[in-house]
Design a binder for this molecule. Structure first.
Ligand SMILES: Nc1ncnc2c1ncn2[C@@H]1O[C@H](COP(=O)(O)OP(=O)(O)OP(=O)(O)O)[C@@H](O)[C@H]1O
Length: 816
């Protein structure tokens, strides 16, 4: 990480400047700012998301020295800015420095003085925060008791972090950069943030299993516009109709859960929609969901002065569609929890909001005038002014006629016009004789200006009109703006009902998306339970099955009785990695509540999926491939529990064979030495056949061996991709090399050497044939030498040596 620098406010700033918050606001990108404190093994944090003006807090929780919990939160939230105290624990400093070495993600790290993280300071800042949903004149005591229902006050570290975060928001004016300085940064909702029950999956696993596939990190809060999802599990399951549905799905993907109640709630909805009888309902609801817009964005704009006509239209459509969806869902089985909640919890407030907007906003006129316009009968004063405004043209024509009669006979015509903010004016055409300014003067008229060849004047009559009618246009505008503010406040007071719409609709959208995918790809609903068993019958790889014309399904059973450690061998390209990944993906899908690609599946809720598979790009990380492999293996060995799934593919091949083999054998033995309940489900693929041939593993009932079937047909290897019990006897490396197009002579020689090495024979040198050739050449040199007449003075001995004996060695005489 780069050196610390001082920002304009005297705070220390580390690392790359990061993305500018103002720029992001223009891009309509959310800014996420996270404030964190670590003290004596406890972690306290909170973060603000400007997209929906929400403050998320996490109750103080224990974290280890490596700050795994913090790293998990950062992985999920991807804050643009991390704020912490200048006085902090070493582990946090180290963690932040390490974060700076990640080329894909460089948040701005800012430190504030320790005093900004005081507990009382935090509470005071919270009290004076801008909370638009509260009535403006609420007493401090009432505000405090209300706040205690929004945010927990018994997490001191978190509260201290909140204080500093609020200061930072105010200083940077996050989301209100363009507003008047009296407008505070709004907080529209408080959300408790929790990772409890979340299945541990690290970034490498997400990447190797192709759960997400995009260059940028899959952050919940930072869906980049223009970011394309490649072939990935998220890509094929995300059929959400709304943006917030996609966001929620992403969050589910980032937080696979062990919470059985949550998973069953999702499963029962998917089961309903995947029933062929209900496909019409699915289509109708999906169509209505399209009309539900970004409620947080709309509400945020209502706290500022930037509500547009289109915002009112969208809000009306959103609320109206939500009411329609609620009414349709009320006809679906109310035994399904989500349907019941939609039916009950989408309150009549929504109808009230829709009715109020419909009664107040004149959408046609608003669009025409491109400003908020009120319907008749909302405010009698506005109606009166508008009436006057409507009658104005006739009335002014009358006035103009009378004025013309009073003017010089040389003036051909006269009008009375109204210009907003200036008032009423008399206008006459300029006569050709009127050249100089003095020529414009007329008796009883005060010259104002010349525009488009017309002269504009004020006189007694226009002044009387000003007094009588006032600045009608501006008055109407001001009065309508006041009505809009009242309407905004009413909507903001109902914001809780609107957020409820958002959460329930997002959930419905995600589940309908997963149902559509399940129908299209013929998935099945897995049985979930709190046991330590995984049983997948005829499982498939959800991505490969879409790209491959034929996919061979395979089963996987892991339990105490069927062995928890499976060693998979097979020739290269026989399907080992795909099998490992397919098991990982099926378990993952079950843990987000989705149906799975299998004939049948029973999945015990695992607490983590650990992988040691192909390594990340080592150049950018700055570590050798082997070190990365070891790090991944260390994490699996140290952090997996009897309830985890561990997938290991070709561990140990990054160093010399014997050392790699020993490390692999030692790792398996490490798990075998554990008591039965502490051994994770392990699936290990290897090309080290000597692991079994040399008997490097202890005999254990926990260990079982699987191999992928192949056949040789007329010297050609055929992959059957079918898993069976046993150990692969040959690597078939030569057949595979030949299939890959290596030259036949090279493959032949490789087979020869391999055979001699295996049988312990000395490896015969490849240059034996050419030594005969050499003997023949020597003989010819000797014969030529003997034929030379050494007595003859003209014999070119030097040339002979050069050409025949040492053709490439330069000057042999001088060398000797
Ligand atoms: N079950 C299957 N059905 C159909 N095709 C499969 C199946 N499994 C694997 N394949 C095909 O075989 C290819 C190689 O599979 P995979 O990468 O899993 O082999 P491997 O045994 O791990 O090879 P290596 O040991 O060289 O890493 C896949 O890209 C896919 O095209």
């Amino acid at each position: 990480m780069a050196v610390a620098r001082e920002d304009s406010r005297g705070s220390l700033v580390f690392g790359a400047p990061g993305r500018n918050l103002e720029e992001e606001e223009e891009d309509d990108q959310a800014a996420v700012l996270l404030s964190v404190l670590v003290q004596q093994g406890q972690l306290g944090l909170c973060f603000y998301n400007s997209e929906n003006s929400s403050l998320h807090y996490m109750v103080d929780s224990p974290d280890n020295k490596e700050l795994h919990l913090l790293s998990r939160v950062i992985q999920e939230v991807r804050p643009h800015l991390i704020l912490t105290s200048a006085k902090q624990e070493r582990c946090l400093t180290q963690y932040l420095q390490q974060l700076g070495s990640d080329p894909h993600y460089r948040p701005e790290v800012v430190t504030y003085p320790y005093v900004d993280f005081g507990l009382e300071v935090g509470k005071q800042r919270l009290l004076s925060a801008h909370l638009p949903f509260l009535p403006p004149h609420i007493s401090e005591r009432d505000k405090m008791s209300y706040l205690s229902s929004c945010i927990t006050f018994d997490s001191p570290l978190m509260l201290r972090a909140v204080g500093a975060l609020l200061k930072c928001l105010d200083r940077r004016r996050v989301g209100v950069e363009l507003e008047d300085s009296s407008v505070g940064v709004p907080i529209l909702q408080f959300n408790a943030y929790t990772l409890k029950g979340v299945v541990y999956i690290d970034r490498d696993t997400y990447s190797v299993l192709q759960i997400f596939k995009s260059d940028l990190h899959p952050s919940v809060y930072k869906l980049q516009s223009g970011e394309k999802e490649g072939l990935s599990l998220y890509g094929i399951l995300n059929r959400c109709r709304s943006k917030f549905g996609s966001k929620m799905l992403r969050q589910w993907f980032l937080r696979p859960t062990q919470d059985l109640a949550v998973l069953r709630r999702r499963q029962e909805v998917i089961r309903f929609f995947t029933s062929p009888r209900n496909s019409d309902v699915l289509n109708t609801l999906q169509a209505s969901l399209r009309n539900i817009r970004n409620i947080p964005g709309l509400l945020r704009r209502m706290t500022l002065s930037s509500t547009k006509v289109t915002d009112w239209q969208r809000l009306y459509k959103t609320v109206y569609s939500a009411v329609c969806i609620r009414d349709s869902v009320r006809h679906l089985p109310q035994s399904i929890q989500l349907f019941r909640e939609i039916g009950e919890e989408l309150s009549d407030n929504l109808q009230n909001i829709a009715a109020l907007i419909n009664r107040v906003v004149d959408f046609d006129a608003s669009l025409e005038e491109n400003r908020f316009t009120v319907k008749p009968n909302v405010d009698p004063a506005i109606d009166e002014k508008k009436r006057r405004m409507m009658g104005l043209p006739d009335f002014l024509t009358d006035v103009a006629r009378r004025e013309l009669e009073r003017l010089d006979s040389g003036i051909p015509s006269c009008c009375v016009i109204y210009i907003p903010l200036i008032g009423f004016l008399l206008t006459v055409p300029r006569l050709p004789s009127m050249v100089e300014k003095e020529d414009f003067e007329m008796e009883g008229l005060e010259f104002m200006f010349l525009s488009e060849d017309r002269l504009h004047y004020r006189n007694q009559t226009t002044r009387e009109l000003d007094n009588l009618l006032g600045d009608l246009h501006s008055d109407i505008r001001d009065m309508e703006t006041a009505v809009m503010t009242q309407l905004q406040n009413a909507v903001l007071e109902w914001s809780q009902s609107l957020y409820q719409v958002l959460d329930l609709m997002a959930e419905l959208d995600c589940l309908m998306a997963m149902s559509s995918a399940s129908l299209e790809y013929s998935y099945t609903s897995p049985k979930l339970a709190r046991h330590r068993k995984i049983a997948i019958t005829q499982g498939r790889h959800p991505l490969l099955e879409l790209c491959s014309p034929v996919f061979v399904a395979n089963s996987f059973h892991s339990s105490e009785s069927e062995g928890r450690i499976k060693i998979v061998t097979g020739p290269n390209s026989s399907g080992k990695s795909i099998f490992l990944k397919q098991v990982g993906l099926i378990v993952f899908m079950a843990l987000i509540g989705s149906d799975v690609p299998a004939k049948e599946a029973e999945v015990g809720l695992v607490d983590g999926i650990f992988t040691r598979m192909q390594s990340r790009e080592s150049v950018s990380v700055g570590l050798s491939t082997f070190i990365i492999d070891l790090n991944q293996m260390a994490l699996a060995l140290n952090s997996s529990t009897g309830n985890s799934l561990v997938l290991i593919d070709e561990f140990g091949k990054g160093t010399n064979t014997v050392d790699g083999l020993s490390l692999l054998a030692a790792s398996v033995s490490f798990w075998l030495k554990k008591s039965l309940e502490d051994v994770p489900h392990i699936l290990l693929a290897t090309n080290f056949h000597s692991l079994m041939q040399l008997g490097l593993l202890p005999t254990s009932g926990m260990l079982s061996f699987l191999t992928l079937e192949t056949a040789v047909d007329r010297d050609e290897l055929v992959f059957l991709y079918q898993l069976k019990e046993g150990i692969c006897q040959s690597s078939y490396a030569s057949n595979i090399a030949a299939m890959a197009g290596l030259p036949a002579c090279l493959v032949h020689r490789a087979v020869e050497v391999s055979e001699q090495y295996r049988t312990g024979e000395p490896v015969k040198r490849i240059d034996r044939a050419s030594s005969d050739e050499q003997a023949r050449r020597c003989q010819s040199v000797v014969e030529k030498f003997l034929s030379l007449d050494l007595e003859d003075k003209d014999v070119d001995l030097h040339g002979f040596m050069k050409d025949e004996v040492l053709p490439s060695a330069g000057d042999p005489v001088s060398r000797s």
